[in-house]
Write a protein that binds this ligand. Sequence first.
Ligand SMILES: C[S@@+](CC[C@H](N)C(=O)[O-])C[C@H]1O[C@@H](n2cnc3c(N)ncnc32)[C@H](O)[C@@H]1O
Length: 476
Amino acid sequence: MKPSYLCTREEKNVVLENVPVTGYAAEGKALARVDGKVVFLEGGVVPGDVVDVRLSKNKKDWAEGKATHIRSYSPQRTEPFCEHFGLCGGCKWQMLPYEQQMAYKQQQVEDHLRRIGHLSFPPLEPILGAEHTRRYRNKLEFTFSNKAYLTDAEMPAKGEEIPRRNALGFHIPRLFDKVLDINTCHLMEEPANLIKNTIRAYAEKHDLSYYDIRQQQGWLRNLVLRVCSTGEVMANLVVHHEDEALKGLLDHLLEQVPAITTLLYTINPKKNDTIFDLEPKIWFGKGYVEEKLEDFTFKIGPKSFFQTNTYQGEALYKVTREFAGLTGKETVYDLYCGTGSIGIFVSRQAKKVVGIELIKEAIDDAKENAAANGVANAEFFAGDVIDIADDAFFAAHGAPDVIITDPPRAGMHEKLTAKLLEVAAPRIVYVSCNPATQARDLALLSEKYTIERVRPVDMFPHTHHIENVVLLQRKY
Ligand SMILES: C[S@@+](CC[C@H](N)C(=O)[O-])C[C@H]1O[C@@H](n2cnc3c(N)ncnc32)[C@H](O)[C@@H]1O
């Protein structure tokens, strides 16, 4: 049967054979076209592969499925570097050479601006790639589970009992209680793996229980690590309850890993793993670490937000500052400012910086970071940007010359884009971690603005994620 016939019917579980993969779509899904219909593909395939696909969704204009068999491999492919490739949810693009990953990311930004935003824009400036393509994250969170994910090869025959194994690693996407045991992760500098493996060896030797999230039983829950470019290392061990085993474990860890500069533990008796509403306790050290962007120092506590790739974070902020075109005379608004890092980074080139952020603790950090860096021309305000940035606020703090906006993945609220059109600052620099919502927002802003510059920045090599910076200039 010809694939085209199968694909034109709206049936699920259809298998298409010999499908050439042609590109990437949003969210890192590979893409094929079968008889004019777009097919989104999962299953670790890359453009140039020819695959068989089992469809899980089959609509009139598009379908979705998983590659069940790779008939021929793309010449673009390269050998993945990680032993956990294919199971772990991170570094999914490592079978593509880095140059190729960047080309796809750049293409994706361009496609979104064109197809979603229907925008006119100048040629994109070359994507700013990373020098550190591995071990680039300053934060990682590992999970303990008494239910290790078992590969097909490890699964017993039908009818036999499924063996139980402990795991310390990452959640398997879409399987909330299954954790993939990670031996070596390539996302963070050492001593990240050493810390993780030291704790695991001690826990196994002393028979310490790993948490069972379904049964709500067990002791060891999470391990949050920060390894900073400054050399500082913070570990926060999350356990279910106070226990006498804690002292032995933490002291052993400090002895084995002298590079740890601060060690904390957090008691989490809750059903879920979030620790933002819990108070970590300091076991050793000052209780926080410091990161540097140029010569600015940022204090990072166990609950603080900070760009997870310090090197590319700095690169992103440099592009943002360059696009802002500051001369020292401008009033700059930093919307969605987090812990104020962009605002602080541009403060020396601005007359004044005004930051707005939803999370109060982040604003507390922003104020502290500004003071610690001797930044006296920045003010930070906590609250929803839609509520705060009203006429009275702009009147009180001054008409903006430049607005920098860095919203979460969902992009800006329509009310905010409407407000930005009303305020009509001469320049807007839009930093985005989701070019799809950015393109949507830019289309609204195009009523009064033209796109002057576009530059993608790669913050997360080997993933499909992409950051994009756009400079908008008021038309009149
Ligand atoms: C992509 S982060 C940007 C952080 C910051 N610019 C940086 O570079 O570290 C988006 C931020 O927007 C904040 N946020 C989300 N919704 C918001 C809202 N409605 N009003 C103000 N801030 C919001 C989040 O808490 C988060 O800190």
